[in-house]
Write a protein that binds this ligand. Structure first.
Ligand SMILES: [Zn+2]
Length: 301
């Protein structure tokens, strides 16, 4: 059930929000311990009240507003002496859209959905590999792939990138780096193992409550999705191939970016996933397939 995960995300957000509020309150209390600041604060509130009253009665507020500005400036002066910045008095929430409440206008906020997806997909986009760590590879072939991916992350001239090659050639690392580049551009990204993806397909397929859409939402809607290690998941009848096709198709239609890594080459993919999925992945217009094989490197042309 996704409701437990939702509760967990809500609790996380609530804790974040509380910390931000408590921090601001701490500094507010500290400032109010100063008698001069406390007096100015009282005057400020009285002025704000009077201004509102005058406005309601359509009376002039010019003089009061001037006084209010003066009081505010004096408060800042006292704060400076106390080495407290004005900024410290305001809670700073990590999500500016929802102020860490998780909701905007009654709808779940993007930060909420993102956290939910990370729990569902069992992955955290904060720990993605970065091209900065690339120097460790020191291999001409991988440098070519890296250069290609850096350019692709900017140009996005293909919807799909398929990185093929045996275990340990660096596919996952390179895929993650490319995903990270897209994240740095502000895209919503999600990395999911093929195994986990298959689990989410299964849950969606076997679940019949209103929450079932949660299982696929993240994979369908992320601006950039990475499916790692395609071909390692157990093939489930009526599920694996069917939902993978649906996922790839929907994402392509929506012009979203998908990075796939696999130990299989295109021939292997045809054998395991059959024609429909193969043609989605072998389509040269939309997909760049890169085969990394030890010293050999092949780009589909
Ligand atoms: Zn938010």
């Amino acid at each position: 059930m996704t409701s437990q995960i939702k509760e967990k995300v809500m609790a996380e957000l609530f804790a974040k929000r509380q910390i931000a509020i408590e921090r601001a309150n701490f500094f507010k209390q500290k400032a109010l311990e100063n008698a001069e600041y406390k007096a100015l604060d009282k005057t400020e509130r009285a002025l704000v009240f009077d201004i509102a009253k005058n406005e309601a009665e359509s009376k002039k507020t010019t003089e009061l507003s001037k006084q209010l500005d003066e009081v505010k400036a004096k408060k800042v002066g006292v704060l400076n002496k106390l080495k407290i910045s004005e900024n410290d008095l305001i809670p700073h929430f990590s999500c500016k859209k929802c102020n860490d409440t998780g909701f905007v206008g009654g709808e779940p906020c993007s930060c909420f959905k993102e956290r939910l997806n990370y729990y569902l997909a069992d992955s955290n986009s904060d720990n993605l590999a970065d091209f900065k760590g690339f120097k460790d590879f020191n291999n001409d072939n991988l440098t070519k792939v890296k250069n290609f991916l850096v350019k692709w992350a900017t140009e996005k001239n293909y919807n799909q990138i398929l990185l093929c090659g045996k275990t340990g050639v660096g596919k996952t690392f390179l895929g993650e780096c490319a995903l990270n580049e897209l994240k740095k551009q502000g895209k919503s990204v999600l990395k999911v193992s093929a195994f986990k993806m298959n689990e989410l397909f299964t849950k969606f397929h076997t679940c019949f409550d209103y929450e079932r859409a949660d299982y696929l939402d993240g994979m369908l809607n992320a601006d950039a999705l990475m499916i790692d290690d395609l071909g390692t998941e157990p093939m489930k009848r009526n599920i694996t191939k069917e939902y993978l096709y649906l996922l790839l198709n929907e994402r392509k239609e929506a012009n979203k970016l998908t990075i796939l890594t696999s130990n299989l080459d295109l021939e292997g993919i045809l054998k395991v996933y059959e024609e429909r999925i193969f043609s989605r992945l072998a389509d040269k217009k939309s997909t760049k397939c890169i085969l990394i094989e030890g010293k050999d490197l092949r780009f589909n042309k």
